[in-house]
Each structure stands twice: as C-alpha cells, then as structure tokens.
Ligand binder design. Structure first.
Ligand SMILES: Cc1cc2nc3c(=O)[nH]c(=O)nc-3n(C[C@H](O)[C@H](O)[C@H](O)COP(=O)(O)O)c2cc1C
Length: 336
C-alpha cells in the first residue's frame, strides 16, 4: 500500500472536503492563505480539489477545459485530486496525467448522489458494485503507483452497508477511506451515523490494514471535530460546508473577524476568481459565496441583495467600498 504523504502526517487530520463549484482554484488559494496552511498550528492537513470526470479528461474534446480545473498552487500542498467515473481504463490513463501534474494524491469519488453521475455507474452507485469499485481502485493505483490512492464513500445506497462495503474496499488497499456517514438516499438530510464510522474503524483495525479512516458530514468546527474523533476512533475528519464564508476555519486561533476584514477577503476572492477561472466559470458560481460572506451583521441583507443584483465586478467593488466608508457597522466584530 502506498501511503505517500499520509504516512508522516500528524493525526487527527482535519482536511478540506472536495466541493464542485466551491473549492475551485480561487477559493482554495484563499483558504490556504487565511487558514495559514503550512504554518505551525494552522491550515487544513490536506486540501482536496473539486471532482473532475475521468471520461472528460480521457477525451480529446473535454481535456483542455478540465485540465484548467486541475490547476493548483504550491501553497495548497498536500493537495489531492478527486476523480469520478466508472471506467477503470480511464482511471489508469488519467491517474498518469494527475501524477504528471505533481499532485500529492488521488481520490476516487464513490459518494456523489447526483442522478446523472449515478446513471453512469459512478459516484455513490459504486457501493452497489463492489467488484467494479475494487477494479477502479486498482486501475488508479496502476496509473499512479507512487501516489496514495484514496476513496470517498457513503455508508450505503438505502441502508448502512459498512459490514460488507468496507471489507470489499479494504481488499483493494486504499490509503484512505473518507466516510460521509449517510446513505445515498439520505443525501445530507439526516444527522450523520457516527456509529457506522466507529464500526468501520473496528473493521479496519481487525483487518490489520494501514488504511486511514476519515469521518465526514456536518462537522462545523474544531469542537465538533474532536467530538467525532473521540466518538469513533477515526484518524481524522473532513469539513466542507463549514468553510463557506469562513476561509479562516482551519486556523483554530482565529476566533473573530471584523465585517471589514471579511468583505475585503470577499473582494480578494472575487479578484482571484476572475483572474484564474473567470473565463471558464460563470460569475454566478462566485456570487454564491456572497450569501455566506455577507451575513451576520446589521444591514447585511440589503447589501447582499445589491451585490447579487450588481451587473459587474466594478459595481460590486464600488458598493463594498462605499459600505466600508459609510456604515457604522464596518468595524463590528463577527464571531466565527
Ligand atoms: C456544493 C457542494 C459540492 C460538493 N461536491 C463534491 C465533490 O465534488 N466531490 C465529493 O466527493 N463530494 C462533494 N460534496 C460533498 C462534500 O464533500 C461533503 O461530503 C458533504 O458536504 C458533507 O460534509 P459537510 O457537512 O462537512 O459539508 C459536495 C458538497 C457540496 C455542498
């Protein structure tokens, strides 16, 4: 089993979840900077890229655009590329490409509940076909033998299937299994089943394998993280939605921000978005972040509505500057 950088990483890991159209190159740079990645006591342990289709990367037509989705900066290391698909041969091909790009690891999406993804037999649908899931892990390992290959799963399709699903995955020797502790049917609508993660840890321990287990689902802060690690015995946790509007999330020493600080980071994030991916992603993808940045202070709602309606970045920038100059709340403190 190739554990790569996971071997020496301090536990418990606290890693950033892959989120399509959220953890793009712009937001990841902002998170790495404001969570002080790489600094003592700061940063996520590992950053995950948003998922990319292996079929798209393997085809001439889609490759150029998707290669842009795989761009990253050095400050985001260790960084893991997440791939989705259902054709083992494409995983081998694309794993080679990802290794050549200098990624630190490759993760395989086995948890996505999206119908179009599941119809291809990919994402969460793989829990219904463990032999194919194993074949995909092995095909990815064959394409990138020097990188740690991990998987991100749900606990089952309509019910908890950890008793059979986890041993099947362990047979293929993944470096890490991240468990979103809900079934595909549950989406994100119920509390996570931490008992399933605790059981997964027991199964892993009994197997004697070195595979790391990461828990995921609804973890919103460092106290939640410690609680889940203590409850399940897992090696680390993954946080996703908690980072919306809070790129300071992984720096535990950062407890508050001023309204001014948060709005300035929002502008910086927007400028990076326009510079790095403004030509390939719709601006509405960026605006979704505004809901999270512009909230929790007086008159936030009015400002948010104006920004959402603004026709271009120049208007947004001017409006935010005006707010910071004129509002009595610009230096109010927000608790993160
Ligand atoms: C907008 C959005 C996009 C997501 N995209 C991905 C993805 O590309 N790959 C993946 O494995 N999970 C994806 N997820 C799921 C998250 O990685 C995570 O498993 C889920 O949100 C539960 O964790 P959380 O409660 O900490 O957010 C996405 C979730 C959201 C909200």
């Amino acid at each position: 089993m190739e554990l790569g950088f996971w071997k020496d990483l301090e536990k418990p890991y606290i890693v950033l979840a892959p989120m399509a159209d959220v953890t793009d190159s712009a937001f990841r740079r902002i998170i790495a900077k404001y969570s002080r990645m790489g600094a003592p006591g700061g940063g996520p342990s590992v950053i995950w890229n948003e998922f990319v289709s292996v079929d798209g990367l393997a085809s001439e037509g889609g490759r150029d655009r998707l290669m842009r989705d795989l761009a990253y900066s050095e400050g985001e290391r260790p960084i893991v590329a997440q791939l989705f698909g259902a054709r083992p041969e494409n995983f081998t091909l694309v794993a080679r490409m990802v290794a050549d790009l200098g990624y630190d690891g490759i993760d395989i999406n086995m948890g996505c509940p999206d119908r179009t993804v599941n119809k291809q037999g990919a994402g969460a649908a793989l829990c219904k076909n463990p032999p194919l899931a194993q074949e995909i892990i092995r095909a990815t390992q064959a394409g990138a033998p020097h990188l740690p290959i991990s998987v991100k799963i749900r606990i089952g399709w309509t019910r908890n299937e950890i008793e059979t699903w986890l041993p099947a995955l362990l047979e293929a020797d993944p470096a890490v299994i991240t468990i979103h502790a809900r079934t595909r049917q549950e989406l994100s609508k119920v509390p996570p089943h931490w008992d399933a993660v605790a059981r997964a840890v027991e199964i892993r321990n009994a197997s004697g394998k070195e595979t790391r287990i990461i828990a995921n689902g609804g973890i919103m802060n460092h106290d939640d993280s410690r609680h889940v690690v203590a409850l399940t015995g897992c090696d680390g946790v993954m946080m996703g939605k908690a980072v919306f509007g809070n790129p300071w999330l992984f720096d535990e020493s950062k407890k508050t921000v001023t309204v001014r600080e948060r709005l300035m980071v929002m502008l910086e994030h927007t400028e990076l978005f326009l510079e790095l991916i403004g030509d390939i992603k719709k601006f509405s993808v960026m605006k979704k972040h505004y809901k999270a940045y512009v909230h929790g202070f007086p008159s936030a709602k009015e400002l948010r509505i104006e920004l959402m309606d603004a026709p271009d970045y120049a208007t947004i920038q001017a409006r935010v500057q005006q707010f910071l100059e004129e509002s009595p709340h610009a230096d109010d403190i927000i608790i993160l």
